[in-house]
Design a protein. Sequence first.
Length: 324
Amino acid sequence: MASKNLLALVVLLSVLGVSVAIPKLNLNLDYYRSKCPDAERIVRRVTEQYVSRKPSLAAALLRMYFHDCFVRGCDGSVLLKSPNKDAERDAIPNLSLRGYEVVDAAKTALEKKCPNLVSCADVLALVARDAVVVIKGPWWPVPLGRRDGRISKLNDALQHLPSPFADIKTLKKNFAVKGLNTKDLVVLSGGHTIGISNCALVNARIYNFTGNGDFDPAMNPSYVRELKKKCKPTDFRSTLDMDPGSAKKFDTHYFNVVAQKKGLFTSDSTLLDDVETKLYVQTQVATGGISFNKDFSDSMVKLGFVQILTGKNGEIRKKCAFVN
């Protein structure tokens, strides 16, 4: 049965154009079919209830999933709470994460229907996908069977999460360590087509880039002027759209913004500093983003295999914020 399921997954991913190394295929699209056949439907229903009322949660949940997978792998460790405030969610880059209530609500509903069966890691993977679909973004298959990690450390998040201030060389290393290539880097950066940030993360770029009261020369001067109107020198709290002009719609407008040198973060602007990432940006602009949805789906599937726990590793948490 396992070999048939493995073959079915390989065939489906091949049809979808997803390139995933066969040794990693220890997840299964039908993992809960016999154990908890309503699992995906339950998660989808809960996610739709929340995101339809508050669409901005789509960006938040997608970001949470990314932050989970980049630290100790896709093991739900970002969901864990610590009485000492030293878990991943307590790290500065994660203090702005939100949407935990959606994952918790989905997990609670699953525990009522199928207790002790569905991992929080799988719930988060499904919630991220379903949240994007609610706002009419792309769908992607989510192979299941991950188990939950028991370890969550603040310092791990600080060490492994890609920084918004990182250059292209650093970002490529960050992604390569996780088994993701340069194309995955630029494609997943396209997730910035939705969501918000704040003035604190761009203050130095627009007011004091080199310590001489200047702005980052990689930024379009007209965009700098726009940002200065929204972010006064001492304003570190006002919000900014990641994709100005199209921040609520999952589309390819982000690449137009980057091409115009209006990327909000250094990590956005630096996509123009590498031959492969720059070509991808330019291609999406020139073609109206004809391949982006498929590319994004492919890369999200790959992301979902990063350092996963399966078999007897990890556990199935009863509550996502606490180990059993």
